[in-house]
Design a protein around this ligand. Structure first.
Ligand code: UDP
Length: 353
């Protein structure tokens, strides 16, 4: 296939602003290229994933949907990078078979009927605004099979009843090393932002007095400062936004990963990164991790928003076999498994068998 991947318009590829979408696009692109497909990625200027064939497009970023009110109108800054990226895609569409949209934004859905080439949409978050809630089901109906979600739970937030494609993610497992004997420490990974619920993990670290290593992009400074002042004695350490290699070096030496999200996490890449290192996941039973973590096998699923639940699960973390975690990542979440799912989805859209 000749493919065009259009990246998220909230930040450049490699900046971390786009969260899991950045790794998702990168891994899917690498795997499609490895399989011999042709591919061009269109991303905002200053993208740093330069081992991909990227066309860098200037313009102003979109605001992040998770920072918007439900009823907020569709926002477009002047000289919007999203419009510039899609204008470029429109111009080069005849050189490709199919365009894949990675943006969680109203515009690419709206533009779908105006393109000559099919557009496949990979939806990366659950329901957040009324405008997106209205347009996604519309495209699901109008162009069956073209919209993929990460998990069933995520699709349900849009009230979608139709049979849809669920594309759980995959990672390059060779980049994550297994560690059998961890140090007495826990990990928390993600953007430092209210929807990620970091404060509950910090509260659990304070109660158990087990050091918590925090890694991820600082997105909301005042949120972070409030956590630090609310839990002055918690044994926490913020390590910054780390490269995949540095991240796995710290993560693999942890007893467990805490996932304390407040929102319906669509998938949670960090779950599979953790499993790849043999690190069990203690997660709220909410959103994607509720489907990717096997309770009592690859970690524990805890009642949402329950810090005592986290503490109880932390006490039982040694019951989880770390080899089983790595095996789970190998069997379900490798980049090859992702490639199989991704290819099948795109072939179905193009009706190629
Ligand atoms: N991540 C990273 N460095 C860090 C912490 C996180 O590169 O120090 C990446 C991680 O690999 C994952 C992404 O940030 O791909 C977070 O994605 P996830 O799906 O868990 O959440 P999202 O940010 O999309 O809501």
């Amino acid at each position: 296939m000749k493919l065009i991947f259009v990246s998220t318009p909230v930040g450049s590829l490699g900046s971390g602003v786009g969260g899991g979408v950045e790794l998702s696009l990168y891994n899917a692109a690498q795997e499609m290229l490895r399989r011999g497909h042709q591919l061009q990625a269109i991303a905002p200027a200053n993208s740093t994933r330069l081992d991909l064939p990227i066309v860098q497009i200037p313009g102003n970023y979109q605001p992040m949907a998770q920072n918007q009110e439900r009823t907020e109108p569709i926002i477009m800054p002047e000289n919007p990078v999203i419009a510039n990226m899609w204008e470029y895609a429109r111009q080069v569409q005849d050189d490709c078979d199919l365009i894949v949209n990675f943006a969680y934004d109203w515009l690419p859905f709206y533009l779908t009927p105006f393109f000559r080439k099919p557009i496949a949409h990979l939806v990366s978050m659950g329901s957040l605004t009324n405008a997106i809630d209205q347009i996604i089901p519309q495209i699901v109906k109008q162009f069956p099979g073209t919209v993929a979600f990460r998990t069933k739970t995520q699709a349900q937030t849009f009230g979608i009843e139709e049979e849809c494609c669920y594309l759980s993610n995959g990672i390059d497992l060779s980049l994550y090393n297994f560690c059998l004997e961890p140090k007495k420490q826990l990990a928390w990974l993600g953007r430092i932002a209210p929807e990620k619920g970091l404060e509950d993990a910090v509260a659990a670290a304070q109660i158990t007095n087990i050091p918590l290593k925090i890694m991820g992009r600082m997105q909301d400074n005042s949120y972070w400062e409030k956590i630090c002042s609310d839990y002055p004695d918690a044994p926490i350490e913020y390590l910054g936004f780390l490269s995949t290699d540095k991240l796995q070096q710290v993560l693999r030496e942890c007893q467990g990963l805490l996932m304390t999200h407040r929102w319906v996490e669509a998938f949670g890449n960090v779950v599979i990164e953790s499993l790849a290192c043999g690190v069990p996941v203690i997660s709220y039973r909410r959103g994607g991790p509720g489907e990717t973590v096997q309770d009592g096998v690859t970690g524990f699923l805890v009642e949402p928003d329950s810090v005592p639940g986290l503490v109880e699960a932390i006490a039982r973390i040694d019951e989880i076999n770390r080899y089983t975690c790595r095996q789970e990542a190998e069997s379900k979440f490798s980049v090859q498994a992702l490639g199989d799912r991704f290819e099948k989805w795109l072939y179905q859209i193009l009706k190629i068998q």
